[in-house]
Design a protein around this ligand. Structure first.
Ligand code: ADP
Ligand code: MG
Length: 700
């Protein structure tokens, strides 16, 4: 950072220690640089003037030239206010001040031309403007550029300290004056030239005080690019670093286990997507660099098979593998289906979870150390310190977002010299832009195809008044031997009343469907109880399962054909999609029924509409990001990479992001250590942030 940008904000004329303290506390602005990089959130076109006749109270803001004919202080004490009659050739409006009454009364002059700016409202049939910005002719601060006026987000506390948007703008104008020639560009000259980017000083100037519409656009582009480029450069250089540092076991060949399974045991043909992903994994495993791969695939896309076949490659090279799932029931499910698929191959496969009996554990530990167990399937129990492998070569983590970074790190350490390869699987599709950022240093494989013969789930949205019809529909499905999930949302923050909500639902459903076994599961049950309830549904003993979102992850009951989601407007898109994925796993047509009240917000309407329209998890993820903004998407906060974007938007700036990544990648390929003179500035800015984030990269 140049010396200028690093200066303490309190030394800026007009700021001083008190305001500096406030800026720091409220906006985390400490230096000149922080303030310069505090970008406006909107611009108002100040070239537009209205005549008073045109104004109505619905306009967001108005700018009018006129004169004051009378000033009057009305009321007294707390209620005191100053009113001014403000007119032009076409009519008059009232200006009102509740604060600074005395000051305004003394400083405003009658019959002088003023420009006022503010939000119009209506009272007793008259238009008024409360606390307008008001300035006399020739004063430049109201409309500094004469084109767009920048507006900044402030807080209540800042406003109390008289730091409102306009004040921030004034400070920045002073700073821009002082900045001339003192700020070194952060981007290398060849990049600026090649992409025709606006130089930094000019961009900072134009972002706060645009000279023209075009200049503003170019300034925004440049600053967005810079922001995304720095993130990509950081991520990609971490990856380069890691590839350098972390050796992996080369799994050089595909042998007996893989081939035998492929030719004699595989119960279906692989989809093209599964084949492609396996090739990608195979290639990674063959190098002597540790694999760190994220496997994304929608629910039901067949990730387990990919996991198993990757493990077979590990066995072929004399290594062990483990598969870790987030819940007991999922671990059991994996263990059961994998054991079934490879039965007859003579492989050592074992299950280890929290409920594995203490008496069985010593044998498992021993067999692991001796290498007699080749694949260990389990839950968090796998990362306990007592669990040691002979030679763990591949770690597979299912439903990645349920595991914390620290837990993954522990698995990592199960091998001393060389870390095992890591394959992380997730059914939560992440928009591509986000994947490039949050998981930017992982390699990503995508299964974008479902096995053939699946009937797409039909999704319908009903308002609560159609409940009787929905129940009739459920009766028909139940009569055909199918099973039904009914999911209730968390309504209040209190677990107690949520439980009450669920229990009421359970009672209601039991009464409505007499003669049908109804089960219930929720998060407050003990794991054993929960598993028993799930098991009983799995075996078809209970036909309707009333549940909270605990059933969201991975559970496989092919005979369940209907998912009813109550108060669906309360769920996020990705959660709705996850829930829907619980059905559609068998040969029968499956349905997802979204129930909602009649009064729902526009955004809820869009969410439910998206669910009805598409089954495509990636499309849903993109929409989710657009509706909620990238910050709220699962994975961003946990990622630990700690970027908060100041100007770029991952939902909107896809092209800039791609350009940034490409540029960063090209530079690192040419000059991995950023040693050539033109790239040295990049190395400097990376060096400061790299230290803290390195750890994260190692274990992702
Ligand atoms: P997920 O990706 O959600 O973990 P699973 O691995 O559980 O999906 O697979 C869902 C179902 O699809 C399983 O019953 C599995 O046996 C089946 N399956 C996987 N791959 C194929 C395929 N290529 N052809 C047919 N069925 C498949
Ligand atoms: Mg799965």
């Amino acid at each position: 950072m140049s010396e200028f940008l690093g200066q303490d904000i309190k030394f800026l004329p007009g700021v001083g220690p008190k305001r500096a303290e406030l800026l720091k506390k409220e906006l985390n602005i400490v230096t000149f640089g922080d303030l310069l990089y505090y970008f406006p959130y909107k611009y108002i076109d100040r070239t537009k003037f209205y005549s008073i006749r045109e104004i109505n109270a619905q306009m967001p803001h108005i700018q009018v030239k006129g004169k004051i004919t009378s000033l009057e202080v009305v009321g007294s004490g707390q209620k005191q206010r100053l009113t001014a009659q403000f007119y032009d050739d076409t009519g008059s409006i009232e200006l009102i001040w509740f604060q600074g009454v005395k000051y305004q009364k003394e400083s405003l002059k009658l019959n002088t031309t003023y420009t006022i700016f503010g939000k119009p409202s209506e009272f007793n049939g008259r238009i008024n403007v409360v606390h307008p910005e008001i300035e006399s002719e020739g004063d430049i601060t109201l409309s500094p550029s004469g084109i767009f006026q920048a507006h900044y987000i402030t807080t209540e506390n800042l406003k109390k300290g008289f730091i409102h948007s306009k004040m921030i703008h004034k400070m920045i104008l002073v700073l821009l004056e002082k900045m001339q020639g003192k700020v070194q560009d952060t981007l290398p000259e060849p990049v600026l030239r090649h992409l025709k980017l606006m130089p930094l000083e000019k961009a900072l100037h134009n972002i706060h005080k645009p000279d023209s519409n075009l200049d503003l656009r170019n300034a925004r582009f440049r600053l967005k690019f810079e922001e995304l480029f720095m993130i990509q450069l950081k991520i990609l250089s971490l990856k380069h670093n890691r590839d350098d540092k972390f050796m992996g076991y080369p799994f050089t060949h595909v042998g007996y286990n893989f081939n035998t399974f492929y030719h004699n045991f595989l119960p279906f043909s692989l989809t093209e997507a599964q084949k492609r992903v396996l090739k990608e994994i195979r290639k990674d495993l063959g190098r002597n660099i540790q694999m760190n791969r994220l496997l994304q695939g929608d629910v039901g896309s067949g990730k387990t098979m990919v996991a198993l076949m990757s493990a077979l490659i590990a066995f072929d090279n004399g290594f062990q593998a483990c598969l870790m799932a987030p819940t007991e029931i999922l671990a059991q499910q994996h263990y059961a289906s994998i054991s079934r698929m490879v039965s007859g191959m003579g492989l050592g496969i074992e299950l280890l979870t929290g409920s594995t009996k203490a008496s069985e554990r010593p044998a498992i530990h021993e067999n692991l150390l001796a290498g007699r167990i080749q694949l260990l399937v389990g839950t968090h129990a796998l990362i306990e310190d007592t669990v040691n492998f002979k030679n763990l070569g591949l770690v597979i983590i299912d439903e990645q977002h349920r595991f914390g970074v620290a837990q993954r790190a522990k698995l990592w350490q199960k091998n001393d010299a060389i870390p095992p390869h890591v394959l992380v699987m997730t059914a939560t599709p992440i928009p591509r832009t986000l994947a490039m950022t949050v998981y930017g240093d992982l390699d990503v494989s995508v299964i974008d195809e479902l096995p053939p013969g699946r009937k797409p789930i039909q999704t319908m949205h009903f308002f609560d008044n159609k409940r009787a019809d929905v129940y009739n529909f459920l009766r028909r499905e139940l009569a055909n031997g199918r099973q039904v999930y009914i999911v209730y949302p968390l309504i209040s923050e209190s677990e107690k009343s949520d439980l009450k909500n669920l229990e009421e639902g359970y009672r209601h459903i039991s009464e409505e469907f007499t003669g049908i076994e109804v089960g219930m599961v929720h998060g407050r049950m003990k794991p054993a109880q929960k598993d028993a309830a799930m098991q009983s549904f799995k075996e078809g003993k209970t036909r309707i399962l009333v549940a909270t979102t605990v059933i969201e992850v991975g559970v496989d009951v092919p005979n369940a054909s209907v998912m009813v989601i109550e108060s669906a407007e309360r769920f996020g898109l990705s959660q709705l999609h996850q829930l829907r994925g619980r059905v559609g796993r068998g040969a029968e047509q499956s349905y997802c029924i979204l129930m909602s009240s009649y009064k729902i917000t526009n955004e809820s309407r869009k969410r439910l509409g998206t669910m009805v329209r598409t089954n495509d998890g990636f499309e849903i993820a993109e929409m989710d990001m657009r509706l909620r903004g990238p910050g709220d998407i699962e994975g961003t906060q946990q990622s630990g990479i700690g970027f908060d974007l100041k100007i770029a938007n991952l939902a909107k700036d896809v092209q800039i992001l791609e350009l940034a990544r490409e540029t960063a990648s090209t530079i690192l390929t040419k000059d991995p250590r950023l040693e050539t003179p033109e790239y040295i500035i990049l190395r400097k800015s990376l060096a400061s942030s790299q230290k803290t984030e390195f750890e994260w990269s190692v274990i992702s």
